[in-house]
Design a protein around this ligand. Structure first.
Ligand SMILES: [Zn+2]
Length: 293
C-alpha cells in the first residue's frame, strides 16, 4: 500500500491539529453500517464526492490526530498498527510507514507527552505498541497514555474479541505494565486547551476530545459518529456499537450541541477533508466540509 503524505492541518487559536493517515478506503463498510447501501447513501447527495463515491460507496479513513499546543504534544487514537495478528485480512500484520509519515509531519515518537485513545477498539490502539524483538513495547516511551477508566475496565475483563484478536493483550496491557497508562474520568481535563467529553454508546467509556484556544473550538469525534452519513441518519447505528440506543442518543445530543455553531468537527474516520461544520438543513443535519489549505 502506498504511503499517504497528504497531511491535513487545522489551526484552532494557538493549537495546531495535524492528521496522519494510516489508510483510506472506499467501500467495504457494509459490515459496519449495514443500512448504508448505495441507493440510501445517494439519497444524501451532500456526501459526494468527499465522503462517498458517485456510485454510493462510503469512503472512510483511519488516521491519528496530533494536537500541538505551545508546550504539549498529544496524539489522539493510534490506528491499527504494524505486525498485529488480526482476523480482518486487510488489517493483519500490516507493514505500513505510519511512523515515517508521522516523522515527515514533524513529530518523533519520543516527543509526545500524551497519547489518548477515544476508546479501545482495534483501529484506535494499534500504534500504542510496536513489536521489538518479539515483544510489544510502548511506541511513545515518554508519553502518558490516557484511557477512560470505564473503558479500560470493560475491555480488561472482556478478553480476546469475538474474532479472536487479542487487542487488549498486545496494544493496551503492555502500556499499563510499562507504567505509562493513566485511567481517567470521561471528562478529564488533559491540558488547558484540551479536555475529554463523554460520548458513550459506541463503547462503554467512549470519549470525544474537545479543543479550545483563543475563543476557537474543535471536537475530535472518535467513533460516536463513524461516518458523516450518521449526521443525517442519526439512527444508523454501527454494528460495532456496544449500545446502539445509547450511540443514537449520543449522536442526537452531539448534533444539538454543535449544529450551526462555529465548532470545527474533526472526524476520526471522516475521509478527506476530514473536518467540517454541522448545519441544520430541511429538518435534518449535514456536515458542511471545511476545505482548508
Ligand atoms: Zn474506529
Amino acid at each position: 500500500m502506498p504511503s499517504t503524505k497528504s497531511f491535513q492541518r487545522w489551526q484552532i487559536g494557538e493549537v495546531t491539529i495535524t492528521r496522519v493517515i494510516e489508510m483510506e478506503v472506499a467501500g467495504g463498510t457494509k459490515f459496519i453500517l449495514p443500512q448504508a447501501n448505495p441507493s440510501a447513501v445517494l439519497e444524501m447527495p451532500w456526501l459526494v464526492p468527499h465522503f462517498a463515491t458517485p456510485d454510493g460507496k462510503l469512503i472512510m479513513s483511519i488516521h491519528a490526530l496530533v494536537i500541538e499546543t505551545k508546550d504539549r504534544l498529544m496524539l489522539v487514537d493510534t490506528c491499527i498498527g504494524n505486525d498485529k495478528i488480526r482476523a480482518i485480512p486487510n488489517w493483519h500484520q500490516l507493514s505500513l510507514p505510519f511512523l515515517e509519515d508521522l516523522a515527515d509531519a514533524g513529530y518523533r515518537c519520543d516527543q509526545f507527552d500524551t497519547v489518548m485513545c477515544t476508546h479501545l477498539h482495534v483501529d484506535h490502539v494499534g500504534w500504542n505498541t510496536r513489536l521489538v524483538e518479539g515483544v510489544w513495547v510502548p511506541t511513545f516511551p515518554n508519553a502518558r497514555y490516557l484511557v477512560a477508566a470505564e473503558e479500560f475496565h470493560y475491555w480488561q475483563q472482556a478478553g480476546p474479541d469475538e474474532r479472536g484478536d487479542d487487542i487488549f493483550g498486545d496494544s493496551v496491557a503492555p502500556v499499563m505494565e510499562a507504567g505509562l497508562m493513566d485511567l481517567v474520568e470521561a471528562d478529564h481535563q488533559v491540558a488547558p486547551e484540551v479536555r475529554l467529553m463523554p460520548t458513550p454508546g459506541h463503547s462503554p467509556g467512549h470519549v470525544s476530545v474537545h479543543i479550545t484556544s483563543q475563543g476557537q473550538r474543535a471536537v475530535i469525534t472518535g467513533d460516536c459518529i463513524h461516518h458523516p452519513c450518521q449526521i443525517e441518519k442519526t439512527d444508523w447505528a454501527s454494528t460495532a456499537d456496544f449500545d446502539q440506543q445509547a450511540s443514537t442518543e449520543t449522536r442526537q445530543k452531539f448534533l444539538a450541541e454543535f449544529s450551526d455553531s462555529p465548532v470545527l468537527i474533526i472526524g476520526t474516520h471522516f475521509a478527506t477533508p476530514t473536518a467540517g461544520f454541522i448545519k441544520a438543513q430541511d429538518g435534518h443535519h449535514i456536515l458542511e466540509p471545511y476545505l482548508s489549505t
